[in-house]
Design a protein around this ligand. Sequence first.
Ligand SMILES: *Cc1c(COP(=O)(O)O)cnc(C)c1O
Length: 229
Amino acid sequence: MDTALADRLAAVDEGIAASARAAGRDPADITRIVVTKFHPARLVSDLYDLGVRDVGENRQQELSAKAAEVGALDGLRWHFIGQAQTNKARAIRAVASAVHSVDRSRLADALDAAAPEQGDRLDVLVQVNLTDDTGRGGVDPGEVASLAAHVAGCPTLRLRGVMAVAPLDEQPARAFERLRGSADAVRRVVPDADWISAGMTGDYPEAVAMGATHLRIGSAITGPRPVRG
Ligand SMILES: *Cc1c(COP(=O)(O)O)cnc(C)c1O
């Protein structure tokens, strides 16, 4: 067993618990997703053995290949957190339990159309762009409510809340305040859509303080990512 991996996981979980307590929150209300992108499938199995049940990937091909290699593991949930093309929706839906990165109605429609004959609704989050750069992933905050309404109308999708990445050039706490506004906008459309997916290695304490329910943490747990070939 990889003791360094176990130690990093434990240290991050302690950090999450401390941040939660400081914010008067129950750590049990926070889901820690380990982002395994660029790492081999073996890392997912190792994490599973350490008790991890939520992992995140940001590219469809890598998600599909890794899920096939890892095979069925009871209770393991794959979270898709990357930009998605509509023609990848079927492959993503075949593996993912949740898609955090729905940023346009056509993607919601493609995920909806990719539903299997039977099965649960797919958990989806509206990704919000907190930067001024429209080329970044996510919908403009002003369009969150209308996208949420569209997703809510897709019969095989379950709108869960919002997701965002904090901009590099701004205090994360400030950016996350705006995300909270978008989370409120989504809840006016679907009152029980109370997930807030925010917080990475560099800013998860601020995300917990703001009310994040789902943290997406990579390198603090996995170690540095291998350079992508
Ligand atoms: C890679 C990635 C993360 C994790 O980043 P770290 O800084 O390694 O924790 C979180 N969210 C998204 C969308 C990512 O692509």
